[in-house]
Design a protein around this ligand. Structure first.
Ligand SMILES: [Zn+2]
Length: 243
């Protein structure tokens, strides 16, 4: 049961994202790297194009990516409503190919589309980690602050293994629909696994627990997707990049 309905998760994530981007801008934590920004923007634009074609209700989402200057950190996330972040260490430390990057972004986008963010916010709320987000409707400023905190707390909670299965599958389907190899999900998660124990990847691996038989399932899914007839590549969808 979603205590925090998807539309509320989106509006609260909007506040949390704006706050996060503002703080990172002030702290100088956003990465000014036109080459990487172009690459991440192009890959994400194709994935979002595929997502919007399949789930037209997401065409009005404010699809965005904040590129974070964190060379040691392997992390990426997507809040409810399509607001994302990519940490520079994700690409550099794992030496990601475009296909692998498309699979990790597809996985994150899938969490948002499958309402996992709303589920996480519901869990955070039920655990009493924040005051009742419903109070935001009263217009009370302190409650509004708590509501956007809820969106940030939700990002730090581990997804269920069921949610991981779902995001793996949907993410690979999105990558394939956007013209990337779903097989790259296998090498992507192998690279993640090889870094287990490194401090820079702890947060990502704790929020994305390893479901049983992940590599076998990924390889099976990749085979199924690669034998399907290819659809025409989607028109890339505009994605706002920060900075
Ligand atoms: Zn995940």
């Amino acid at each position: 049961m979603l205590v925090v309905p998807p539309d509320m998760a989106i509006s609260e994530s909007r506040l949390a994202y704006a706050q996060t981007v503002r703080e990172m801008t002030l702290a100088g934590d956003l990465l000014h790297d036109p080459v990487l920004a172009e690459r991440v923007g192009a890959i994400t634009g194709r994935l979002v194009g595929a997502a919007v074609r399949r789930w037209p209700h997401t065409s009005g989402w404010e699809w965005s990516v904040a590129l974070i200057d964190a060379p040691d950190t392997v992390n990426a996330w997507c809040m409810a409503g399509g607001r994302m972040a990519v940490y520079s260490g994700l690409v550099s430390r794992l030496d990601l190919s475009d296909d692998e990057l498309a699979n990790v972004m597809g996985h994150e986008i899938a969490h948002a589309i499958a309402n996992h963010s709303a589920e996480q916010m519901s869990i955070a709320l039920l655990r009493g980690l924040a005051v009742l987000a419903v109070a935001v409707e009263t217009g009370d400023r302190s409650s509004a602050r708590s509501a956007d905190m809820l969106a940030s707390i939700a990002l730090s909670l581990p997804n269920s293994r069921t949610a991981e299965y779902e995001a793996d599958q949907l993410g690979m389907e999105l990558a394939a629909a956007a013209g990337y190899s779903p097989r790259a999900a296998v090498s992507l998660w192998e690279k993640m696994g090889a870094m287990r124990g490194s401090p820079g990847i702890l947060e990502f691996l704790s929020t994305h627990p390893n479901p049983d038989n992940r590599s076998i399932r990924l390889a099976t899914l990749a085979n199924q997707l690669q034998t399907r007839p290819q659809s025409t590549p989607p028109t890339p969808h505009p994605v706002r990049m920060y900075p």
